[in-house]
Design a protein around this ligand. Structure first.
Ligand code: FAD
Length: 287
């Protein structure tokens, strides 16, 4: 099922993101974890893509398994950095052959020491979006950044490029994680003011490992609010307490978003069925 159909009803949605295995050995454990999340019957699940890596084929098999075994619509991520047009065509053919109708079209992070190789076909996600649009009847999503993409000189410019990406054929957007809802509300105001009208899924990361989060935030440029820093300071040495506090914080963020009319919540569930389940339970009377 196309996600554009899911969003059309304008009912609130809860979806989860998973990632494919990095090695063949890990395939079975990842499959089990993603199936545990699919069994919760979210509105859809997304499967990330290892940019330019040899494991990219696992995105298709994990997505196909979730969709066919659990009847949960899937969204396959696809990046274009360091890929040739031929490689992109192969992925599009594989997605079509497996009845995967939804693609999150991404540029991917530029590898360190990057020098543009003549065989790479796309510099920006908007070019990939346009190309996918020309290649078949897919529902296409794009990424957006409430705090600005780390490479952007300013948010205004970032939103202008986002508009270009939407004009190229995005049906919806999913945000980078954020920990302060006011940042999202402010971003949404600017995005709508710029004439971007597609549905926006709010990306929520339940932080259950305090040690990782500072590194992730410094890489992605995401702000850690003082209130959240206190939680990490206090509980990061106690994994069970950190997990409980991280799930509670994410739940509170989601409830506030829903109360303020942000209807589409995408949880970065990191292949953790127990965390996905807890969040779903916490919202059982709300969603
Ligand atoms: P773009 O939309 O191309 O934007 C990248 C930068 O280029 C921005 O600064 C933008 O302002 C600028 N820009 C855009 N168009 C132009 C133009 N015409 N001229 C000049 N500058 C321009 N990475 C993975 O490897 N695998 C994944 O599965 C994955 N999933 C993700 C899911 C989400 C929801 C998000 C938010 C990110 C994900 N990423 C993933 C990370 C993503 O690949 C990186 O953030 C990457 O650096 C940018 O990708 P993009 O698609 O946003 O790029």
């Amino acid at each position: 099922m196309k996600l554009s159909e899911v969003f059309k009803t304008n009912k609130p949605t809860l979806s989860f993101e998973v990632f494919p295995p990095k090695t063949t050995d890990a395939f079975d454990s990842v499959k089990e974890a993603t199936e545990g999340i699919a069994a919760l019957k979210p509105d859809f699940m997304s499967v990330t893509y290892g940019a330019g890596g040899g494991t990219s084929r696992y995105t298709v098999s994990v997505a196909e398994n979730i969709q066919n075994k659990y009847n949960v619509p899937t969204l396959a991520h696809l990046t274009c950095v360091s890929s040739t047009k031929q490689q992109i065509n192969q992925m599009l053919d594989a997605l079509k052959a497996n009845n995967i109708e939804n693609i999150l079209a991404l540029r991917g992070d530029i590898p360190e020491g990057y020098e543009k190789n003549g065989s790479w076909s796309f510099d920006h996600a908007s070019q990939l979006v346009q190309y996918i649009r020309s290649k078949g009847d897919f529902c296409i999503g794009g990424a957006c950044y409430p705090e600005g993409h780390p490479e952007s000189p300013n948010q205004k410019q970032d939103i202008l490029y986002l508009k270009e990406k939407c004009n190229a054929g995005c049906d919806f957007l999913t945000t980078q994680m954020f920990f302060d809802n006011n940042i999202l509300y402010n971003f949404l105001y600017k995005v709508r003011d710029a004439g971007i009208t597609v549905p926006v899924c709010a990306g929520i990361m339940p932080v259950t490992n305090g040690k990782q989060i500072s590194r992730i935030c410094s890489l992605s440029g995401t702000l850690l609010p003082g209130r959240f820093k206190q939680i990490v300071d206090k509980f990061s040495d106690n994994p069970a307490a950190m997990k409980q506090a991280g799930i509670a914080y994410a739940t509170e963020q989601i409830i506030d978003l829903l109360a303020n009319g942000v209807n589409h919540i995408h949880v970065y569930s990191m292949n953790k069925p127990d965390i996905a389940q807890k969040i779903k339970e916490n919202l059982s009377q709300i969603l």
